[in-house]
Ligand binder design. Structure first.
Ligand code: ZN
Length: 286
């Protein structure tokens, strides 16, 4: 599932590509999850409209349209948003060779076609991802449901301690809880715990203040590096231009169970926590 760094990479890419372009056509090519609206109404809002800005909260993308309308897109497990220039049009209008491959594929559910011929595809294999249009009031309410987010102003240690207060769950469950901390999924939860040197199964209420501090610092550090590396490509993630993320080379534990720890050569262990596969180093993490 794309997590904060992947969604942020897509947001930054698309901001450079699609802002203020008129949406000439909006196509639903396959069954797509459109929330709280009929397709006709949805299409009417999108067609001939444009995106003024692209925002994000946690893993949710917010496409800002005029008149306080917002298109929300959540990629969930396998969603992709991929931009494609009109590959048939080159300077002078000569068509490019037929071999030019389109990024559209059998899981393309929605297409935004802009007036310059470029397109934005929403592909989703598993169809957990969704699109939704909301107004300002609804957006505010949705935002209130998100927990504190790394790299934002409110992400301060004293706020973090407040969130950790009286929690009896383990660290992994807390990191995955979007209402507590937003944007973290399975990949970065495991990486953050490794970086902090703490086992993901430890109970929150049994952590020392120093360990909480380590966890806090690692959250910011790992998310920051992952954004710089344009996210992690694992299975389905591609950035806004259809490229893979580079953080995969930096993964220390995620997807590496049974392999040797990059730091101490101990075999990495895999367990199940909060219903998710969780990998850690039994020696580096206490
Ligand atoms: Zn180790």
């Amino acid at each position: 599932m794309p997590e904060l760094p992947e969604v942020e990479t897509i947001r930054r890419d698309l901001k450079k590509l699609i802002l203020n372009k008129k949406i000439k056509t909006f196509l639903v090519t396959q069954k797509a999850r459109i929330r709280n609206s009929s397709l006709g109404k949805f299409r009417n809002t999108i067609k001939n409209n444009y995106f003024k800005n692209i925002d994000r909260i946690g893993k949710l993308l917010i496409f800002v349209m005029p008149e306080d309308k917002y298109l929300l897109i959540h990629l969930k497990m396998t969603g992709q948003l991929i931009y494609e220039k009109d590959h048939r049009i080159v300077a002078g209008g000569h068509p490019e060779p037929e071999s030019e491959k389109s990024i559209k594929n059998k899981f393309t559910r929605v297409e935004f076609i802009f007036s310059d011929g470029s397109k934005l595809y929403f592909n989703d294999m598993r169809r957990f991802g969704y699109l939704q249009i909301v107004d300002k009031k609804e957006l505010k309410k949705i935002k209130e449901g998100f927990g504190m987010e790394p790299l934002t102003k409110s992400f301060r240690f004293e706020n973090f301690l407040e969130i950790l207060k009286n929690r009896k769950t383990n660290i992994k469950a807390l990191l995955l809880n979007q209402k507590a901390i937003s944007g973290i999924g399975n990949i970065y939860a495991d990486e953050v715990c490794f970086d902090a040197g703490i086992r993901p199964g430890r109970k929150i209420n049994q952590l020392s203040k120093l360990e909480k501090k380590e966890l806090f610092k690692s959250l910011e550090k790992i998310i920051k590096i992952a954004i710089e590396k344009r996210g992690t490509s694992f299975k389905n993630y591609l950035d806004g231009s259809g490229r893979q993320g580079n953080f995969v080379k930096h993964l220390k534990v995620y997807g590496r169970s049974g392999k040797k720890c990059k730091k101490c050569k101990t075999e990495l262990k895999k367990i199940k926590l909060a219903g998710r596969g969780t990998t850690y180093c039994p020696k580096c993490q206490k």
